[in-house]
Design a protein around this ligand. Structure first.
Ligand SMILES: Cc1cc2nc3c(=O)[nH]c(=O)nc-3n(C[C@H](O)[C@H](O)[C@H](O)COP(=O)(O)OP(=O)(O)OC[C@H]3O[C@@H](n4cnc5c(N)ncnc54)[C@H](O)[C@@H]3O)c2cc1C
Length: 440
């Protein structure tokens, strides 16, 4: 037995982290503020409560979420075990009975002899021993204030204003080109539009429907961060003077300035994922996809993360965290879940698992570990530590996080091979690290 690990937050990430650490033989104290104090989204006192949908993502060997599910099953994840036990038919997705799922995770945590659950709000980091911070998108105000004071207030965001992100290989580079405004730098991909193309795009924009936020999620926006649909609502010309302005951009094929332009900015070092600059949006996902695909060059764009605009609390991971999920400045503290910069139930649980294992390592005087880059969890934590820190937005599991398959093959076949490659490398890594491994 080593030093005690403190886990703050008993959601998807914190519950998984507590069990992952305890299963290494380390005593854990898990703090959860509910039911004494609750969040605007939670309704019960159960651990790992699902606050909205009951889906942990698409399954199968061509799905990026499917790979993360398979990795978590191999790693003996408590959240995956509870999900598998509580699953309901959902045609290709892993959906669960909400109560049964939360009950399963709660039972696993409460029955573990090395975990002590403390039902209180934490307002400052415990000063000794490894700590996993997993207080999620609705971290209490007092703790958020403490984190701001400790790590710098510009490193903590209180809402998402995310634009859609597309996979590079799905962009038609016959139509688009690399260039900056007034320069030929390769930092931006530009999708030029004629007046007729802009008019068609504008029609799609103005009829697209917005996602209806909960009352407490509604946000006031700064002028620099207005959703694209709001710009469209203000008038036909407005986007042309905003994110779609063509000034200083010349199409190398025509040497002329297009009527309008959509710019894409690199999200990751490898240049596999690109976000639409100034296209933060709260549109419904189907309508968002139609809008993105109405842009010349993006007709077949694969969206790996949809734009969202809602209340959220998360750290600027690339500035603060290492791939092990440790704070660079204070390595005994680790972050997991949405607070660490991931999006989604499954991603939260997976980062919780890694943070829990690494906290246990620290408690036992060992070295933290990082999964291989071809695995989905490895790709996710590398993204957190290595993403573009300017305007950093949370990320979900997707194929842009892992290296592309080197051969040209049909998409499904490529994905199948990336799935097999990732799972096999992850299983080998679990074995090498001595982490419990379930049967194949
Ligand atoms: C309204 C809403 C809807 C969402 N819908 C979905 C969805 O449909 N699908 C999806 O995949 N993802 C969804 N997400 C995103 C995200 O995946 C989930 O929020 C997920 O639960 C995040 O896991 P987590 O462990 O990081 O946070 P949580 O599961 O929220 O867990 C954090 C826990 O920390 C506790 N806590 C907070 N502050 C303190 C403190 N100071 N002291 C002690 N305890 C504290 C909270 O009570 C909570 O139990 C949604 C998020 C929100 C806000």
């Amino acid at each position: 037995m080593g030093t005690r690990v403190h886990v703050i937050g008993g959601g998807l990430a914190g519950s998984e982290a507590a069990l992952a650490a305890a299963r290494e033989g380390v005593p854990v104290r898990l703090y959860e503020m509910r039911p004494a104090k609750t969040t605007p989204a939670h309704r019960t006192d159960k651990l790992a409560e699902l606050v909205c949908s009951t889906s942990l993502g698409a399954e199968g060997e061509t799905s990026a979420k499917g790979l993360l599910q398979a990795e978590m099953r191999a790693a003996n994840s408590a959240v995956m075990a509870a999900a598998d036990a509580a699953r309901v038919p959902a045609g290709g997705a892993l959906a669960v009975d909400r109560e049964e799922f939360a009950e399963g995770v709660t039972r696993a945590v409460l029955s573990h002899p090395l975990i002590e659950v403390v039902r209180e709000e934490v307002t400052a980091l415990p000063e000794e021993g490894p700590v996993v911070l997993a207080t999620g998108p609705l971290t209490s105000d007092a703790l958020a204030e403490h984190l701001k004071a400790r790590f710098g207030d510009h490193f903590l965001a209180f809402y998402d204003a995310a634009a859609p992100v597309v996979l590079f290989e799905s962009i038609d580079m016959e139509k688009c080109f690399f260039a900056g405004r007034y320069d030929q730098s390769p930092d931006y991909i530009n999708c030029p539009m004629t007046e007729e193309e802009y008019r068609r795009f504008y029609e799609v924009l103005t009829r697209a429907r917005r996602h209806t936020p909960h009352e407490w999620e509604k946000l006031e926006f700064f002028e620099g961060c207005i959703p694209i649909e709001e710009l469209g609502r203000r008038g036909y010309q407005t986007p042309l003077f905003g994110p779609m302005k063509p000034v200083g951009i010349f199409d190398p094929r025509t040497k002329e300035m297009p009527f309008a332009v959509v710019q894409l900015r690199r999200e990751d070092k490898a240049g596999r994922m690109w976000s639409l600059v100034g296209f933060q949006t709260g549109l419904k996902w189907g309508d968002q996809k139609e809008l993105v695909r109405s842009i010349p060059g993006l007709e077949h764009a694969e969206i790996v993360r949809y734009g969202v605009m809602h209340r959220n609390t998360y750290l600027n991971a690339p500035r603060l965290l290492a791939e092990t999920l440790q704070f660079k400045e204070e390595p005994r503290v680790l972050a997991a879940g949405v607070l660490a910069g991931v999006e989604g139930y499954l991603e939260s649980a997976a980062t919780g698992w890694l943070a829990g294992k690494n906290a246990a390592r620290l408690a036992q005087g060992g070295s933290p570990a990082v999964p291989p880059d071809v695995s989905m969890l490895g790709g996710l934590v590398r993204f957190l530590a290595g993403a573009n820190p300017e305007n950093f937005q949370p990320m979900n599991a997707n194929w842009g996080l892992v290296p592309a398959w080197p051969e040209r093959l049909p998409k499904k076949e490529r994905r199948r091979r990336m799935f097999a490659r990732g799972l096999s490398a992850f299983r080998d890594w679990l074995r090498r690290e001595g982490f419990a491994l379930t049967a194949a």
